[in-house]
Design a protein around this ligand. Structure first.
Ligand SMILES: Nc1nc2c(ncn2[C@@H]2O[C@H](COP(=O)(O)OP(=O)(O)OP(=O)(O)O)[C@@H](O)[C@H]2O)c(=O)[nH]1
Ligand SMILES: [Mg+2]
Ligand SMILES: [Zn+2]
Length: 214
């Protein structure tokens, strides 16, 4: 009985995600659902990406947080359209939350929309929101054991950004193991080693984004 209820709820979410997908396609906007643990660098990556693609792609952002507007304020400073969703306790975004935010964005004016999910390495990967792709960040400070402990997000993501590479000299972390385990879970995943602090690797990432949206 309990399993039946859970699958019904997911079914309803999937249907609404399809509706969001239809709206995005009609508007000609490419949508990326960006996921990671709290603090891995989602907003920092968006800041670096927006700066690097300024004048090349028109970017918008939906920020998801349990509470507060700090992340939206960071994006707003860069002059990019942004909507903040507060989930009021929920630890992931779902399709309905995104649907309700869409009225506050001029989708037709955008090439690329990022949805920054709530910081959480587990359930954001379970919910479609209408995105073209899911992308995740793992920062080096989280450790090399994460792909095998939290496999779903690695399986679901078309790209994995390994962030905070500037901290490598200070950490006992095996980057090759992260790569190997992530590829064993999802052989098609694209891996980028980046530092949002130094800018290392950001051009490879934004180059890939441009191929997706061209
Ligand atoms: N050393 C270093 N610090 C980084 C890097 N990227 C992000 N940070 C720092 O990590 C902290 C968290 O970064 P955010 O971008 O806010 O992380 P987030 O994933 O958006 O966090 P939540 O939205 O709270 O889940 C900040 O203090 C950043 O300055 C990096 O490449 N190197
Ligand atoms: Mg953030
Ligand atoms: Zn959740």
């Amino acid at each position: 009985m309990k399993l039946k209820v859970a699958s019904k709820i997911l079914g309803a979410n999937d249907r609404l995600a399809e509706e969001n997908r239809r709206i995005f396609t009609e508007s000609g906007v490419y949508v990326i659902n960006l996921m990671s643990s709290p603090g891995a660098g989602k907003t920092s990556l968006l800041e670096s990406t927006i700066k690097a693609l300024s004048g090349k792609l028109k970017i918008g952002v939906i920020e998801g947080d349990i509470t507060g507007t700090d992340d939206a304020a960071r994006i707003d400073k860069l002059g990019v359209p942004v909507v903040q969703i507060n989930t009021g306790g929920a630890c992931h975004l779902d399709a309905n939350m995104i649907y309700e935010a869409l009225g506050d964005l001029d989708l037709k004016s955008l090439d690329l929309l990022f949805i920054e999910n709530v910081g959480n390495l587990v359930c954001p990967a379970e919910f479609k929101v209408g995105e073209n792709l899911k992308v995740m960040i793992l920062s080096l400070t989280e450790g090399h054991d994460k792909p095998l402990k939290y496999p779903l997000m690695f399986q679901e993501s078309a790209a994995l950004l390994i962030n905070k590479t500037d901290l490598k000299p200070y950490l006992d972390v095996d980057v090759e193991k992260i790569r190997k385990d992530a590829l064993s879970l999802n052989p098609a995943t694209k891996i980028f080693e980046v530092s949002c602090k130094t800018g290392q690797g950001i051009n490879d990432w934004t180059g890939w984004l441009q191929t997706l949206t061209s």
